[in-house]
Design a protein around this ligand. Structure first.
Ligand code: PFF
Length: 452
């Protein structure tokens, strides 16, 4: 089936074999690992949540990621049209459209947190972040509830993201990811050592690594599933879009396994830093979205060369957030560009502006709009919940049905095995995609709604 649209710009491709892998890892590794993972683990009661999360990452996330990349590489189009190329007469492209909507929602609230990270980087740079007598909780609440300061950082952040996305796949996205990812790793390793050698670290490690299965509830299961999806950037159309810029000689299963590995390692490292420190300094692990923003400055205050570490650390958090935000913007931009036949230069600022406006409401819900509660959640909480725990799993469910029953495992295999590539564990993959994943997600939903 040919793509009937004539794009007004030629379709882009990653510059090297590693371009996809690095950009995908740049998307996956972000605030989801360093900010969201610790606080949802804290709220979810610790290690049992971690175990569920790992199970979902390996059993659901990895197989779906492999399938999603394949859709993009086969379709060679945006998140929606790639479905049309594979199944022209069906309505499955709606799942691609759902992905575009999910990206909108996630970037709206993600840009707020990324703005916070940007602000903390600026604070660290100007030496204002740490001081011995500071109440970090109070300082942080004061900042996020400020009527315009967080909005300014959010708008600045979105401007940077848009400028990079305008640069396009190779010059914009690929170049940035190549430079900064490895350094983040080294920094995290140093901080893990610092944290696990604190007094009281044992208690934190126990909380993080020793599961108490009796604590598992349907809420925790769904939250762990949502975290797995969110952290891996699965079921958002991201892998379709980035996969569509892929060169055929790259191995999809290997790339996916690499991305999953990096993503999990960074999340686990963040946990190994946060939880020992949380117990050492007497911070409540279940305190919510501000956990990382309070714990890290506390660690740096008490550490040799802490203010220098703070600068580097917040710089990398900012960069990790940036590479993920870039991917979140790229999906709707690629969609708008091909759908409305407009150039990247036009599609990017328009999309970015709409998302920024939505994001401003999310930001204000920590301050002037905090009284607005919808289904017992703030605007921010609602965006996060609907995107991560409702739409992502629904999209994942649809994705698995599409892969397992519409395109079918053999079709996926054929795409993956192009240019002499192999598809190891194909039988297991196919079984997971056809039966296990749809059934498990469905049961988790029923359980959560209280039907079983
Ligand atoms: N995976 C990113 C993170 O963990 O920070 C967030 C994200 C990026 C989610 C892109 C979804 C997405 F499409």
């Amino acid at each position: 089936v040919k793509n009937t649209m004539t794009p007004i710009e030629p379709r882009e491709q990653w510059g090297t074999k590693f371009g996809f892998m690095l950009a995908a890892a740049g998307s996956a590794v972000g605030l989801g690992n360093i900010w969201r993972f610790p606080f949802v683990v804290g709220e979810g009661g610790g290690a049992a949540f971690v175990l569920l999360y790992l199970l979902f990452v390996l059993g659901i996330g990895l197989p779906l990621m492999i399938g999603e990349i394949s859709i993009g590489r086969k379709g060679r189009a945006n998140a929606m049209d790639s479905y049309k190329v594979i199944s022209p007469k069906s309505k499955w492209y709606v799942n691609g459209l759902l992905g575009v909507i999910i990206n909108f929602m996630i970037l709206a609230f993600y840009s707020v947190i990324a703005g916070w990270a940007f602000y903390y980087f600026l604070l660290a740079l100007t030496g204002q972040i740490i001081s011995n007598d500071k109440d970090y909780g109070a300082a942080f609440s004061q900042f996020i509830s400020h009527p315009f300061l967080p909005i300014i950082t959010q708008i600045l952040l979105m401007t940077i993201v848009a400028l990079i996305v305008v640069g396009g796949v190779r010059k914009g996205i690929e170049k940035w990811n190549n430079i900064l990812m490895p350094t983040l790793f080294i920094l995290l390793i140093i901080l893990v050592f610092r944290s696990v050698t604190l007094d009281g670290a044992k208690e934190g490690l126990h909380f993080f690594l020793n599961p108490d299965f009796s604590a598992i509830t349907s809420t925790i299961v769904l939250a762990a599933l949502g975290q797995a999806f969110f952290s891996l950037s699965i079921a958002t159309g991201l892998y379709v879009t980035y996969g569509s810029y892929n060169q055929s000689q790259s191995s999809i299963p290997k790339n996916a396994a690499g991305v999953v590995f990096l993503d999990v390692v960074v999340a686990i490292m963040a946990g190994l830093i946060i939880f020992p420190a949380v117990f050492h300094y007497g911070i409540d692990p279940g305190r919510g979205p501000d956990l990382a923003f309070i714990t890290f400055p506390t660690i740096f205050t008490d550490m040799p060369f802490g203010s220098i570490f703070a600068v580097f650390f917040f710089f990398f958090v900012f960069v990790a957030a940036l590479t993920s935000a870039i991917s979140l913007l790229e999906v709707p931009v690629a969609f708008a560009k091909e759908k409305f036949r407009i150039s990247r230069k036009i599609a990017t600022p328009i999309t970015a502006m709409i998302i920024t406006v939505l994001g401003i409401f999310c930001s204000l819900s920590f301050g002037p709009l905090s009284h607005i509660q919808i289904f017992d959640r703030t605007i921010f909480g609602l965006f996060d919940f609907v995107a991560a725990q409702v739409l992502l799993p629904i999209s994942g469910l649809l994705l698995s049905i599409f892969l397992g029953w519409i395109w079918k495992p053999l079709g996926v295999k054929e795409e993956i095995e192009r240019e002499n590539n192999t598809f190891p564990f194909f039988k297991i993959w196919s079984f997971l995609i056809k039966y296990v994943i749809p059934i498990v997600i469905f049961i988790i939903f029923l359980e959560k709604i209280g039907l079983i």
